[in-house]
Design a binder for this molecule. Structure first.
Ligand code: FES
Length: 172
């Protein structure tokens, strides 16, 4: 009887230790100081900007835009199927910076595989997956503009999920 109690106490102690270790692991895998700094810099008050109307878009044809200011070129896309970060009735409208996160070259859209491609050192980014890098020298994913659509079908940009290349703050 006494032995069983000791076994139970030991098991409880083991479980408490396991939970504490798990909590510690969660706390220590949050982000590096550089990531925290980049994220803090990206958290600014963004302007709301009308980019276009849904009626202006054609599936798989890029529309040149700029956000949050004229010096930050981007592309507005209707991809034809619901995607990550997509808005509108079909969940397929997305927008990205077209400045390559590696060294800022201007990228172009490939309708063939719905990617943005850099002529500088050939990094490639998947527009169907939130601008995820799929090849190349860049060390971060593409900055995606956060969109909303109002009752008139107007598409608005309201923020950005990554730091735009060359900026210490997305809003200057
Ligand atoms: Fe785009 Fe280097 S500038 S990969």
């Amino acid at each position: 009887m006494k032995c069983n109690k000791l076994v139970d106490a030991g098991r409880r102690q083991f479980l408490r230790g396991g939970m504490a270790a798990t909590a510690g692991a969660v706390a220590t895998t949050v982000m590096t100081p550089e990531q925290a700094r980049a994220q803090a810099l990206a958290r600014v008050d963004y302007p709301a900007s009308r980019l276009a109307n849904i009626a202006d878009l054609v599936v798989n044809e890029p529309m040149d835009i700029a956000y949050p200011d004229a010096d930050s070129p981007g592309v507005l896309l209707k991809l034809g199927q619901a995607v990550e970060g997509g808005v509108g009735p079909d969940g397929d409208i997305v927008a990205f910076s077209v400045l390559c996160p590696h060294k800022g070259w201007l990228m172009s859209y490939s309708a063939e595989d719905q990617t943005l491609n850099c002529p500088g050192h050939h990094s490639r980014f998947d527009c169907e997956s939130g601008g995820q890098q799929i090849w190349g020298h860049a060390t971060s994913n593409l900055a995606q503009f956060l969109l909303s659509v109002d009752e008139n079908g107007d598409i608005h940009a309201n923020g950005i999920d990554e730091l735009i290349y060359g900026r210490l703050s997305n809003v200057l």
